[in-house]
Design a protein around this ligand. Structure first.
Ligand SMILES: Cc1cc2nc3c(=O)[nH]c(=O)nc-3n(C[C@H](O)[C@H](O)[C@H](O)COP(=O)(O)O)c2cc1C
Length: 197
């Protein structure tokens, strides 16, 4: 598959088939993640793969993050608030359904990064993890898999880390992974994002 096709056609998937994802495919997409650039080649990522019982335990923790919707909205810039509120209203049932079981994704990948005190170094680590996550999502698409970045798991970071027994790491995100049971339409993109100086 051409990279530009994967970049254009990947969508966030919020409904998955029950079909299990073979372990070697999961390892293949994580291997693609680890090929991402990282600051000082620090590769500051850990991918904790959850299936079976642990996956269900994680879902029980993450679904509580929907309780923080109002708090999340308060962080949205004023100019964007109405748009986001309308989106949430329109998509309420779909969003609630997704949070009830993360779309039935058979695999969850929890991405964490070691604690870094210095803010600039921490930002570099987060950027590196973001690059790895995008690699993972594109590689998954190439394997016929769907993904969705579940950023809202950050609202329940402490509970999730404790449940997984992960210490001295910060949560970057959780990724839902599985074979798609939906074909979402493309989401719009802002146009006015380039400034030539
Ligand atoms: C950092 C990050 C956090 C996200 N968190 C969530 C989330 O908590 N729940 C969700 O349904 N989608 C989440 N998404 C998916 C976005 O909603 C999605 O990427 C965006 O609407 C664009 O749609 P597309 O991925 O299909 O192109 C997240 C994406 C990113 C990159």
């Amino acid at each position: 598959m051409e990279i530009k096709h994967a970049i254009k056609e990947r969508r966030s998937i919020r409904s998955y088939k029950d079909d299990p994802v073979p372990r070697e495919i999961v390892e293949k997409v994580i291997d693609a993640a680890t090929m991402a650039p990282s600051t000082l080649n620090a590769q500051p990522w850990l991918f904790t793969v959850l299936t079976g019982k642990k996956r269900l335990e994680a879902i029980a923790v993450i679904k509580k993050s929907s309780l923080y919707m109002e708090e999340a909205l308060s962080l949205v810039p004023e100019g964007e608030k109405d748009k986001i509120k309308n989106h949430l209203k329109k998509e309420k049932s779909r969003i609630e359904r997704f949070f009830s079981d993360l779309g039935g994704a058979p695999v969850l990948i929890v991405v964490t990064m070691p604690m870094i005190d210095d803010w600039t170094s921490r930002k570099m680590g987060i950027i590196s993890c973001g690059a790895a996550i995008q690699n993972l999502m594109l590689a998954a698409y190439n394997e016929g898999l769907g993904t969705c970045c579940v950023g809202s798991s950050l609202w329940v970071e402490d509970a999730l880390m404790e449940m997984l027994g992960i210490k001295d790491h910060r949560l970057i995100t959780t990724i839902a992974l599985g074979y798609p049971a939906e074909e979402p339409k493309p989401t719009p993109r802002k146009k006015d994002v380039i400034k030539w100086v």
